[in-house]
Design a binder for this molecule. Structure first.
Ligand SMILES: Nc1nc2c(c(=O)[nH]1)N(C=O)[C@@H](CNc1ccc(C(=O)N[C@@H](CCC(=O)O)C(=O)O)cc1)CN2
Ligand SMILES: Nc1nc2c(ncn2[C@@H]2O[C@H](COP(=O)(O)OP(=O)(O)OP(=O)(O)O)[C@@H](O)[C@H]2O)c(=O)[nH]1
Ligand SMILES: [Mg+2]
Length: 464
């Protein structure tokens, strides 16, 4: 499916830089650039150059030199898009970038849409859809973990995981459908034992991939960590200390924070999204109550909860202190909870050692004096199991893939039920086809809906 137009876009960020790259793709890209390119070697034409070669010369317009440039030539089908591609590396002035792009727009090119280079790479079979999607993730990755997952995906992670199983299922689908053609004659082409094994294997792999999504999604977008506790315990101070920035207002007035305030911090290659919330207490203030409700919601949706208590509370009453921890644990029975005693600087050494010894797994820190912060960070990273990442297991991070995997699992479960109930083959052959369709959706194997492509590539930047 060859695209007709030759497209052009700035591949590097707009604005001034040392060098900028302008990229063209399409049938006519080489000859269009050739018209305005004067090689330093007299009479050298780009059209006769080999693929993957670089040429020094000038881009000229009506004999006026626009810039001295390096031009790279990639020839169909040996390029990123699979089409003829030309890249012009010019000096990174905004004026030069615009002059060159305008020149080619007036001479047979059109502006590329968002992600159109990568969409063409997909349409020309250079990569499958899940790999093309991963290109956007690679560009967006901002931590070691998100980068690792995106690169793995771009290299075909999920595709490789499913390719073989899908091919085997396809074979069975064909055999079973063949049986249907001979339905009167009671023949069995498909080996039932092998088929059952395959269905079990597919179910197993799908479940593992589906299970990886919660982790993968959190790692990609930053693991949400809600900071909650009573007013004035130092939640906003902790947020600011972690971020090393005066992000939230701090004051000794109880009820300072109303709205949830959040920002991302990368610790040991993992992105965490810390969410400071309104202090939880009984109040008649309408706005404050909205904030408190929100605090509970944030905690509910977070992956981890940091529960902050003022250490001084322990000095007044260790029972109240313990009761508060108990209450919050009961409120969030299914959450990872980190209990932190703050303002440890105001406690005597004696009191803090009692505190430490009496309560298990308590982290003591001073958000204000920045002590105990490294211990907290170490605790946070230890709670995140990045073992899966280092084992190079495929981790699903894309919600479109997650949905397709769930649909495929539903279909294969129906197949399994069909086998168990020994219903006639023609009934579950539909479910096999359904499963194949959903698996094919991930890689874009079947005719992909134009809207879906538009949606996927519309989120890319221009020039990618
Ligand atoms: N200058 C530049 N840098 C870039 C890209 C690009 O398009 N241009 N890329 C864009 O994202 C990435 C690299 N990806 C690329 C993937 C394939 C091919 C390519 O030419 N493939 C051919 C030939 C392979 C060969 O024979 O060496 C092919 O697949 O047939 C180029 C870049 C990152 N860096
Ligand atoms: N001594 C001491 N004071 C602290 C510490 N952390 C915070 N504070 C002080 O405690 C007061 C309340 O701090 P905030 O960070 O605004 O408390 P908060 O939990 O966000 O309060 P609300 O937003 O009202 O729920 C401020 O005066 C801080 O300076 C600490 O570690 N030691
Ligand atoms: Mg606050």
């Amino acid at each position: 499916m060859m695209q007709q137009d030759t497209i052009i876009a700035l591949a590097t960020p707009s604005g001034v830089g040392a060098i900028s790259v302008i990229r063209l793709s399409g049938d006519k890209s080489i000859e269009i650039v050739d018209t305005f390119f004067k090689s330093i070697k007299k009479g050298k034409s780009l059209k006769t150059q080999k693929t993957h070669t670089i040429h020094l010369g000038h881009i000229t317009n009506n004999d006026i030199i626009v810039d001295e440039v390096l031009v790279s030539v990639f020839k169909n089908p040996n390029s990123y898009t699979g089409e003829n591609v030309v890249e012009i590396s010019c000096h990174g002035s905004s004026f030069i970038q615009q002059e060159i792009i305008q020149l080619f727009l007036q001479n047979g090119c059109r502006m590329a849409d968002n992600g159109e280079f990568t969409m063409r790479a997909f349409l020309n079979g250079k990569m499958d859809l899940s790999q093309a999607e991963a290109v956007a993730d690679v560009i967006a990755s901002n931590s070691e973990a998100s980068h690792k997952m995106a690169i793995q995906q771009m290299r075909g992670g999920i595709t490789n995981e499913l390719k073989e199983l899908r091919a085997q299922l396809l074979d069975f689908a064909a055999l079973i459908e063949l049986e249907l053609d001979f339905s009167g004659e009671d023949v069995e082409f498909a080996d039932r034992t092998k088929f059952k094994e395959l269905v079990a294997k597919i179910t197993f792999v799908l479940k593992r991939l589906i299970d990886s999504f919660a982790f993968g999604n959190a790692m990609k977008n930053g693991i949400p960590v809600a900071i909650i506790g009573e007013p004035n315990v130092g939640k906003s101070t902790l947020l600011n200390t972690l971020l090393n920035e005066e992000k939230a207002i701090v004051s000794d007035i109880a009820g300072t924070t109303r709205d949830a305030i959040e920002d991302e911090l990368i610790i040991d290659g993992v992105a965490f999204r810390f969410i400071d919330t309104a202090g939880i207490r009984e109040t008649k203030d309408v706005v404050e109550n909205i904030g408190i409700k929100k605090a509970y919601e944030k905690a509910e949706n977070a992956q981890l909860i940091i529960f902050l208590i003022d250490s001084n509370k322990f000095s007044y009453s260790s029972e109240d202190f313990l009761q508060e921890i108990k209450t919050i644990k009961e409120r969030f029975p299914n959450k990872r909870l980190l209990v932190i005693a703050n303002k440890i600087d105001t406690l005597s050494c004696h009191d803090s050692s009692i505190l430490q010894s009496e309560i298990e797994n308590l982290i003591l820190l001073s958000a204000k004096n920045k002590t105990g912060i490294e211990e907290l960070k170490a605790e946070l990273t230890s709670l995140v199991n990045i073992g899966a990442l280092s084992n190079n297991e495929t981790i699903v991070t894309n919600s479109r893939h997650f949905e397709a995997l769930n649909n495929a699992l539903m279909a294969i479960t129906s197949v399994q039920e069909g086998i168990d109930l020994e219903i006639s083959t023609d009934l579950f052959s539909i479910d096999i086809r359904e499963c194949l369709r959903h698996l094919g959706n991930i890689t874009g194997e079947y005719d992909v809906d134009k809207d879906i492509l538009g949606h996927i590539f519309g989120n890319f930047c221009i020039g990618k």
